[in-house]
Design a protein around this ligand. Structure first.
Ligand code: DQA
Length: 141
């Protein structure tokens, strides 16, 4: 199974960014653990602070991967373009958030991605990503 994690803006700062909300681990360090915990999965990781790059990666990941794990970060709440990209492809997308966006500001309660996602996992810290991998594995298990 081939899965790609696509992270959006400011998630390159995990580890130092708002640690009370996002924890103290860098994504690079967490990603290494994910790879070790799921040796049966070919995992790829892409991060960008640029909306168009995220849209491009979603498009080129279509059919290249069995699934996309997408944390579009702030673009989740603003980007019609990313929502449309998710709608345009046939590869299933699981939307992920580290924090429980529903327990935060009102503007984080809406997602342009969720209506076209296979499912949404949020609020479990970095473990949200593991749960997303599990969700793809459980389908073939
Ligand atoms: C986030 C939640 C978003 O509201 C926020 O803009 C982020 C991170 C999360 O993973 O909890 O940057 O997607």
């Amino acid at each position: 199974m081939k899965l790609i994690i696509i992270n959006g803006p400011n998630l390159n700062l995990l580890g130092s960014r708002e640690p009370g909300t996002y924890g103290i681990e860098t994504f690079e360090s967490y990603f290494l653990k994910l790879e070790q915990n799921f040796p049966q999965v070919a995992l790829e990781y892409f991060q960008s602070n640029i909306e168009g790059e995220i849209i491009g990666k979603i498009q080129t990941s279509d059919r290249e991967f069995d699934g996309i794990i997408l944390n579009a970060a702030a673009y989740t709440h603003t980007s019609v373009g990313i929502g449309d990209a998710v709608k345009a492809i046939s590869t299933p997308v699981v939307e992920v958030h580290i924090s429980n966006t529903y327990a935060r500001e009102e503007f984080r309660h809406h997602s342009y991605i969720a209506p076209n996602a296979k499912g949404v996992i949020l609020g479990f810290g970095l473990m949200s990503y593991e749960l997303a991998v599990e969700s793809f594995l459980s389908e073939i298990g």
